[in-house]
Write a protein that binds this ligand. Structure first.
Ligand code: AMP
Length: 426
């Protein structure tokens, strides 16, 4: 299905062609026609599926179709996102789609100067992309108004709830008196999310992009079983031996990231860091260096890398397996995007074998195990035998991280634990 066949204006189609978009991705095929008809949408879709264009293009086209000479401080659309990186990226995408139109898109987020954002808002705004806290600040200062709001999007809504934005969202919603068309995108669903969706959406159309679609056939998954203390060497070895040019490496702790960057340096491999201890500007610089190929490796923690768009990334490495199987899907969403070929490599020590099995269940696929000579862990067979015993299987079932898990108490306990770990890791 082409963009031209979706009744988008020629200037939009031209810009999309320049972005390299030819055909609609599955989430776009489902969401765009419904959103163009004015429906509220509740979508289950991850980063990497093309969800930004799925919600942004219908808004852009609807605004173009109904031009209004409203007050320039009155945003017609608001897109809420959990992190500044994601907000900046969404705004950039929309600016790319609308470069041949007069539409004005502004991003406002914390960690950046109020004054430059005030200036941008003074020039007028049609589409506002914002993190919740900073939006409230600008609303209170009357730098922007929502009195004529027609479209509202919650992107990565699960992360917004995880990051404690619920009261900010409620505050924003209490000031919205129009009935905007509302779309909510989330990778996971919880009781709290369903409550929020029930409050803000009116007869939403539901869209689900299956995990099979996310972990596309274009991604080759490989696991290297390895002892924890040999992981650093293995990474250097693989990068050198296979001549990987651009590698995003995920770790669970910022300390691991700091150590790893030093280790790689010793091997002459330039790596940059993206974790919560780094200032916003440093993270941005790291990302730019990585994108431009000045650094071969970027080492990131989940929270800091959340939503970062790095196009056509060839390799993603799970140096540590994530705490939650679902984060595997988030992480490798950075590779094999929108039809490109991708390579997802995971280093798995003994303790991480259970997580690996959860990941395999979640993505419905067994992952190929590759042993590199000299790095094979000892006594792995004995461990696997133990894991496949009846009692281990029972234990595993109760630990499954399945959103439809009927064991709600357990799911909530895990979610609390995960939030604690993330807060610690920020
Ligand atoms: P998103 O899930 O919105 O972060 O998008 C993931 C990546 O896919 C981004 O780099 C987009 O620019 C790209 N993308 C989105 N839609 C398409 C499309 N229809 N064709 C090709 N690339 C796309």
């Amino acid at each position: 299905m082409s963009f031209a066949s979706q009744n988008f204006s020629p200037e939009i189609v031209k810009a999309l062609t320049e972005c390299g978009y030819e055909k609609l991705t599955p989430v776009q095929q489902k969401a765009i026609p419904l959103a163009r008809r004015g429906h509220d949408i509740l979508a289950n879709a991850q980063t990497g599926t093309g969800k930004t264009a799925a919600f942004a293009l219908p808004i852009v086209q609807n605004i173009l179709d109904k031009p209004k000479s409203s007050n320039r401080h009155q945003a017609r659309a608001v897109i809420l996102a959990p992190t500044r990186e994601l907000a900046a990226q969404i705004a950039q995408n929309i600016q790319d789609y609308t470069k041949y139109t007069e539409l004005k898109t502004v991003a406002i987020y914390g960690g950046a100067k109020m004054s430059s954002q005030e200036k941008a808002l003074e020039n007028g705004v049609d589409i506002l992309v914002a993190t919740p806290g900073r939006l409230i600040e600008h609303l209170e200062l009357k730098n922007v108004s929502l009195v004529n709001l027609e479209f509202l999007v919650f992107d990565e809504a699960d992360r917004m709830l995880d990051m404690g934005f619920i009261s900010a969202i409620e505050k924003i919603m209490s000031g919205v008196t129009t009935k905007p068309q509302t779309m909510l995108f989330s990778a996971t669903f919880s009781t709290q999310m369903n409550t929020l969706a029930g409050q803000i959406l009116r007869q939403p159309k539901r869209i689900a992009i299956s995990r099979e679609n996310v972990t596309a056939e274009t991604v080759a998954h490989v696991v290297y079983p390895v002892e924890q203390e040999r992981k650093r060497e293995l990474l250097s070895e693989l990068i050198g031996r296979k001549n990987w040019k651009q590698v995003l490496v995920f770790v669970n702790y910022k300390e691991t990231a700091n150590e790893l960057v030093k280790e790689l340096k010793l091997d002459g491999i330039k790596a940059v860091l993206c974790h919560g201890d780094k200032a916003q500007s440093a993270r941005r610089r790291a990302l730019d260096e990585f994108k431009e190929g000045k650094a071969r490796v970027m080492i990131a923690t989940d929270v800091a890398a959340r939503g970062l768009d790095i196009q056509n990334l060839p390799h993603v490495v799970n140096f540590d397996m994530p705490f939650l199987a679902e984060d595997y899907v988030h992480r490798i969403g950075r590779t094999g995007r929108a039809g490109q070929k991708g390579h997802a490599v995971s280093f798995v020590n003994r303790e991480e074998e259970l997580t690996l099995q959860q990941v395999e269940t979640l993505i419905g696929q067994r992952i190929y195990r590759k042993e590199l000579e000299g790095y094979e862990p000892k006594n792995r067979d004995a461990l696997l035998d133990k894991m496949h015993s009846k009692s281990a299987f029972k234990n595993r079932k109760s630990r499954m991280n399945n959103p439809s898990d009927s064991n709600q108490g357990e799911a909530e306990r895990r979610s609390r634990l995960y939030r604690m770990i993330r807060a610690k890791n920020k």
